[in-house]
Design a protein around this ligand. Structure first.
Ligand SMILES: Cc1cc2nc3c(=O)[nH]c(=O)nc-3n(C[C@H](O)[C@H](O)[C@H](O)COP(=O)(O)OP(=O)(O)OC[C@H]3O[C@@H](n4cnc5c(N)ncnc54)[C@H](O)[C@@H]3O)c2cc1C
Length: 371
């Protein structure tokens, strides 16, 4: 594995060419070949923001943005691997014991895949979670379910958020690191609309026993652990959304130049030019917003409201841009003959990752009304 940070040009080429060549296979099988994951890790993509003491390049948020945008332009499974690995290590670094922190190096080298289980079918998130952890001597017994877990099908470790008492208060939850293969852990694939290869899965755990040292941080710090990378993660997603929207615009420009109707390329029709201009304006506004939040994050400022605002805007933006891209492509865009069909499906996942628009609106309004 190289010790040198990848150049942005090499990184872009990897996602646009090498990874893209494998996209039809990933779409067909729903799996990212192990060899491709190995090459992705070798490119350094999984340790861009990981601190040097854990084997990474230690990039700040602003410096990571061009890489995240480039990953966003590629297949959704690749951008998800980059997005999660460069975000989730924060929970281990901030709250893990030495054994848990040692997983970070493996995440960066691609040898360890970590998944986070927060969302539940029956609960609403936060204090409305139903998974339970009960003391059993020196151990804990975990029971409950999680679903929509990214990498659930192939992760080596799971971080599972469970209640450790029944007060339904914010300090009633704890985060547990649970290895794959634990007795009583049942993993069921959840096939998705897009993002083939991310291995989304639901988990059932019936009395899974883990040691007392499986907790991240202290008892009652579970929501803090889950939130410890949320601001970073929302900004990271925004950069990926800008990348995917830019790809949709690039594809639309190419298509508009080559598609001729009534003797002229549609690029020469004002109706199409207006679509392209509006897409560009939307993407440019989103990119500026993301840079501004990233700069403040890198300076160490608290940016929770700004990150939620950027997430809200960018999710709307990527929806609008891919809608217009589909219109520019006409009926062909609805077929698998053009990359747009996949881009359109992948764009919709952003509406849910790290919280829906409605959740961001609640967070933003709460802050607006508090002052
Ligand atoms: C591709 C993908 C990857 C994901 N990866 C992970 C992962 O790795 N780990 C993980 O834990 N989760 C993951 N998720 C789950 C994701 O975080 C949730 O889907 C998202 O937070 C929404 O929660 P929900 O699906 O339970 O929707 P619901 O809570 O069922 O929401 C349904 C609708 O009701 C609205 N709603 C719900 N509650 C309220 C409220 N209080 N006020 C206003 N409106 C409300 C929602 O905004 C939405 O419109 C992933 C999801 C996707 C699609």
């Amino acid at each position: 594995m190289s010790d040198r940070k990848p150049t942005i040009e090499a990184f872009q080429a990897f996602f646009r060419e090498e990874y893209e060549r494998e996209a039809p296979g990933i779409e067909g099988t729903g799996r990212v070949p192990l060899e491709l994951r190995r090459r992705l890790a070798e490119s350094g993509a999984l340790r861009l923001t990981v601190p040097e003491e854990h084997g990474g390049f230690g990039l700040g948020m602003v410096d990571a943005l061009p890489y995240l945008e480039a990953a966003g332009m590629g297949h959704g499974s690749g951008r998800m691997l980059v997005h999660v690995a460069n975000g989730l290590w924060r929970s281990l670094a901030g709250y893990g014991n030495p054994q848990q922190r040692s997983l970070i190096r493996g995440m960066g080298s691609g040898d360890v895949v970590l998944a986070l289980g927060v969302t539940e079918r029956e609960g609403g998130g936060g204090r409305d979670l139903h998974a339970r952890a009960v003391r059993d001597g020196d151990c804990w017994r975990l029971s409950g379910e999680k679903h929509l877990v990214t990498f659930g099908q192939f992760a080596d470790w799971f971080l599972l958020l469970s209640a450790t008492d029944d007060r339904a208060a914010s300090d009633s939850f704890s985060m547990f690191a649970v290895p794959r293969g634990s007795n009583g852990l049942v993993i069921t694939p959840q096939p998705t609309m897009g993002l083939a290869g991310i291995g989304l899965a639901s988990l059932r755990f019936d009395g899974v026993t883990v040691g007392g040292n499986a907790i991240l941080g202290r008892i009652g710090q579970g929501l803090a652990v889950a939130g410890s990378f949320l601001d970073y993660s929302r900004v990271s997603l925004c950069a990926c959304m800008v990348g995917l929207a830019q790809r949709a615009l690039d594809q639309s420009i190419d298509f508009a130049r080559q598609r001729t109707t009534f003797g002229k390329p549609i690029a020469e029709r004002q109706a199409i030019q207006v679509h392209l201009a509006n897409m560009h304006a939307d993407i440019s506004a989103a990119r500026s917003l993301v840079w501004r939040v990233a700069e403040r994050y890198q300076r160490g400022e608290l940016v929770s409201t700004e990150a939620a605002t950027a997430k809200l805007f960018c999710a709307g933006m990527v929806g609008r841009v891919t809608d217009l891209a589909l219109r520019v492509h006409g009926g062909l865009g609805y077929t698998k003959e053009t990359p747009l069909e996949r881009i359109y499906r992948e764009a919709r996942a952003f509406w849910f990752e790290e919280g829906t628009a409605e959740v961001q609106q609640v967070l933003i309004a709460r802050r607006l009304l508090a002052g």
